[in-house]
Structures are given as C-alpha cells and as structure tokens.
Design a protein around this ligand. Structure first.
Ligand code: CUA
Length: 324
C-alpha cells in the first residue's frame, strides 16, 4: 500500500500538473491532509476487517463430522461493539473535518486581495477591482498574500477549480460565492471548470500564475495601461479591421473604440500565455486557427465564424499579437 502511495505521489509530481497531491496553498494542504488521514484510516480498518474475516473463515471452516453449531440470535456485546466502533470512527472524522470546513467557509481575512471571478461559456474572466484591471483565463496572484476570489457566473453554473490552490467551488448566476487561499510558492498551476456547463465544459480551462510580489505588481501595472497601438502597416490594418469586422461589439480593447463586454477583454491579449479558454498556447498559428473558425476549435463557442479571408486573418493575428 505504501508503495502504491509513493507511486501515486511520484506521478503527481511528474506528468500530471493538474493534481491535488501537490498543494501550493494552506487551503489545498488542509484538504489533502484530511484526505490522506481518512484514506489511511480506511486502509487500516479494511486490513483489520479482512484479516478477521479470513482468519474466521479458515479457523471455523466446516470439518468432516461437524455437527450443527449452537443456534443463537443476537449478542449484546457484539451489537454494542459494532455500533459504537463506527460511531467513534465517523465521529473522529467529523471532529477533524469540521474545524477546516468552518475555517475555509468563513469570510476572507480583511487584508485579502479581492479578485472577481466570472464564469462564462466557456472561459473565465478575472477582474481586479482595486486596480481596474480585467483579464481572462490566467489568474495572476502574488505569493504569500491571501486572495479572496469572489465567484459569479454570467450564464449557467460553473465551478472554479485549481487543484494546487484548493478545493473546487461553484460560480452561480445571481448568487455570490467565495473561495480564499494564500498561495505559498510561485509557478503556473492549471485547473478547469468542474461543473458541466455546456458543450465545451471540458474546454473551459484556467491557470493560476503565482508570482513574487514585485513581479505581480509589474504585471498589474502593465495591465493598467491602455493598449499600445501598433504603428506598422500590417498592425494598423489589423486594428482597423477589428473595429469594422464586428469584433468590437463583443470585445473591449482599452484606449480604442472597442468596448464590447460579451467576450474576453483583449487589451493585453498578446501578453497572455494561452487563448480560447486556455486550451491553446498563444502563438500566431493557434490564433489564426482560432479566428478562422472558433466553433470548430471550441465546440459551442459563442464566438462565431466571421468568415475571415486569409489576408484578414494575417493582419488580425499580427494586431492581436502586438497587444502586449
Ligand atoms: Cu464552465 Cu464547465
């Protein structure tokens, strides 16, 4: 069993970054500690029960010449033992679990950094209200500071889950939910929507990017600036096309007439590592594939196929990539 546990932990650190076995916040660590404790309790009880069962089956097996054993009904001592035993075990689980539930469901500490997390079909929006920054799919947080994620949904029920940071929690339309934790190490940690929310539920991913406080602050400052507009002819043409080709009705690019609120804010889309609900790396080829036919790349995508021709795709990709 220990070998299986070690093997599981070994996988957790290697090929499967989206794991709850590698906690990077106190909230994730508390959840994992409880899980491991309960698993070991189950293993120990299971081994004891199986051992008694096997021993009894062998020791009291039927032998030639055996007569019918005494027929009894009920044994008060055994009845009391197998009633109180499980009550004690479950009572202990309750005793260690309840404080964690109350602690993690309580309002966040007052000095926390608020981030509004809004679920959309099929991407996550992150708003930093104190900094007036809006981004999507990549949640930047500073290490060592408690983050209070205020969860909403713009359409159906989604569930926010980054395993390294802690347990999942639903994002509802018309109701506010919270989840808070303090990231304890820097790095990128993937997650995904955990509530069936439509056609591309499985394509609704996100990642947490935990940075040093200085790196986080410089990221935030860069995000606050309006979009730097390109001056080269291709980029300029792409920028004009974005305003005239319908994109601006759904997307905001701060500092330009594009102020749509349906899709992700693209002010600094060129600075993001991923696009389209974090399912593709952000590079020219993927951006082109995505713009060419969004519902083909992400089934159920609300972003329509605009029927862009090759030249339009080229200049739009160049423009979007310039929005650092
Ligand atoms: Cu959003 Cu599943």
């Amino acid at each position: 069993m220990a070998a299986v546990g070690v093997a599981l932990l070994a996988c957790a650190c290697g090929e499967t970054p989206q794991t709850a076995w590698n906690p990077r916040s106190e909230y994730a660590a508390e959840g994992l500690d409880l899980f491991v404790l309960i698993i070991w309790m189950g293993v120990i009880i299971g081994v004891i029960v199986e051992a008694v069962l096997i021993w009894a089956a062998i020791h009291y097996r039927r032998r030639p010449g055996d007569r019918l054993p005494p027929q009894i009904h009920g044994n008060t001592i055994i009845e009391i033992m197998w009633t109180t035993g499980p009550v004690i075990v479950v009572g202990y689980i309750l005793f260690v679990t309840l404080p964690v539930i109350f602690k993690t469901q309580a309002p966040a500490p007052p000095a926390s950094m608020n981030v509004e997390v809004i679920g959309h079909q099929f991407w996550w929006e992150f708003q930093y209200p104190d900094a007036n920054v809006v981004t999507s799919n990549e949640l930047h947080l500073p290490v060592g500071r408690t983050a209070n994620l205020i969860l909403h949904s713009d359409d159906v029920i989604h569930s926010f889950w980054i395993p390294a940071l802690g347990g999942k929690r639903d994002a509802f339309p018309g109701h506010t939910n919270f989840i808070w934790m303090t990231p304890n190490s820097t790095g990128e940690f993937p997650g995904q929507c955990y509530q069936l929310c439509g056609y591309s539920h499985g394509n609704m991913r996100e990642r947490a990017i935990i940075q040093s406080p200085a790196d986080f602050q410089s990221w935030l400052t860069a995000q606050q600036a309006p979009a730097a507009q390109p001056t080269d002819p291709v980029g300029v043409e792409g920028g004009q096309l974005l305003q005239t080709r319908g994109c601006a009705a759904c997307h905001t690019i701060n500092g330009t007439p594009a102020q749509g609120k349906v899709g992700p804010n693209l002010t600094h889309v060129g600075s993001r590592g991923t696009i389209a609900g974090s399912i593709f790396d952000n590079n020219a080829q993927n951006l082109r594939t995505w713009l060419k036919d969004p519902p083909a790349a992400k089934p159920g995508s609300l972003m329509p196929n605009l029927g862009l021709n090759d030249h339009e795709l080229d200049v739009l990709v160049a423009y979007l990539q310039s929005l650092k």
